[in-house]
Ligand binder design. Structure first.
Ligand SMILES: CC(C)(COP(=O)([O-])OP(=O)([O-])OC[C@H]1O[C@@H](n2cnc3c(N)ncnc32)[C@H](O)[C@@H]1OP(=O)([O-])[O-])[C@@H](O)C(=O)NCCC(=O)NCCSC(=O)C[C@@](C)(O)CC(=O)[O-]
Length: 300
């Protein structure tokens, strides 16, 4: 299969990245991050989550972040909404696109959203209904697609069943999350081959954490499978509060560098993206996890 000429990047740093921070991050710093990312040319930014603050305290100020950001034309600013209460809060904050999140493993579903996979799908039904009434597009996530921190191996057929259910209830795109970053190029190709029989590949996205250093190889493997949407996190921020030891998503800077090298268009200005990543890394008081950003700062 030939590679796509264009890839859509879904920047999840402000949400997936910052949700896992131990130290508090101010609304002003989050706003600066989101605005820096849109200025770098990212067309889709996951800004925050409307989840229980008892479960994920770092996302508590998401409405204020939405109120503070500069909303550029052509950029999608999205939020996670696990239930109707979350969607109502997102609507109140003026959010135009949301995501629901399910898992392919039962234990992760329980730990992350306090219900079984089947119950989570039932919970999403009123979310989909209200979103449709309000003209809000809904993206779907499936976590633990290549392994679960509690249950171990996960079958691609189980992933396909959950992805198909999300598509059937109206999610326009399904992002397959390697939450703990254990996948390798071989099982990533097999995953998309199996899931692709039930959900068209143009409706699938890859979401790779980089715990085992395989994320870029996994993106390349996904490109070979015809996938052209990838989630990534500036400076490689993050982890998952319910997946101990998992590192952040693949760094957006490293993905852009890979895609630039392949001649695949993303619309992102790498230098400005590196600046946004360096700024948030300084705010958090640590070095960026992007290898490209580190190499560029040494070269300068
Ligand atoms: C889903 C629930 C709410 C169920 O949590 P629950 O405790 O079962 O919910 P409940 O309906 O029984 O309500 C309990 C309390 O939470 C409140 N509540 C209920 N809903 C909301 C809401 N939307 N916003 C704010 N508050 C809410 C509700 O009002 C009540 O408050 P109380 O009466 O006790 O004061 C909880 O488990 C939760 O918030 N989980 C979120 C977990 C999360 O955000 N995880 C990280 C994102 S997923 C991820 O990172 C993976 C991904 C997407 O990146 C892909 C990958 O890498 O795999």
């Amino acid at each position: 299969m030939s590679l796509p000429s264009h890839v859509r990047l879904v920047e999840v740093g402000p949400r997936d990245g910052l949700q896992n921070e131990k130290q508090p991050v101010s609304v002003a710093d989050k706003v600066r991050l989101v605005d820096g990312l849109s200025a770098a040319g990212l067309g889709y930014i996951e800004v925050g989550s409307f989840v229980s603050p008892k479960w994920v305290p770092q996302m508590a100020g998401s409405a204020e972040v939405f109120a503070g950001i500069e909303q550029r034309t052509g950029v999608t600013y999205a939020a996670l909404t696990p239930n109707l209460k979350g969607l109502e809060a997102a609507i109140e904050a003026g959010v135009k696109e949301v995501a629901v999140f399910a898992a392919a493993s039962e234990s992760f579903s329980q730990r992350n959203i306090n219900c079984s996979i089947a119950d989570s799908l039932v919970r999403f039904e009123p979310v989909m209904e209200l979103a449709q009434q309000r003209g809000i597009r809904v993206r779907g996530y499936v976590s633990c697609v290549l392994g679960c921190p509690y249950d171990g191996d996960v079958s691609p057929h189980q992933v396909a069943a959950v992805a198909f259910a999300l598509q059937a209830m109206g999610c326009y795109e399904i992002s397959l999350g390697d939450t703990i970053g254990v996948g390798t190029a071989g099982n990533v190709r097999q995953l998309f081959e199996v899931v692709g029989r039930d959900v068209p590949r143009e409706r699938l996205a890859g979401h790779f954490h980089d715990t085992y250093g395989q994320a870029l190889a996994n993106i390349y493997a996904s490109l070979l499978e015809g996938v052209a949407v990838f989630d990534s996190s500036v400076a490689g921020l993050g982890g998952c509060p319910y997946a101990k030891g998992a590192t952040g998503n693949v760094a957006s800077e490293d993905v852009v560098y890979l895609l630039d090298g392949l001649g695949i268009e993303t619309g992102v200005d790498l230098s400005r993206l590196i600046e946004a990543g360096q700024r948030i890394s300084r705010t958090l008081g640590r070095e960026t996890a992007s290898r490209v950003a580190r190499a560029r700062s040494v070269a300068q």
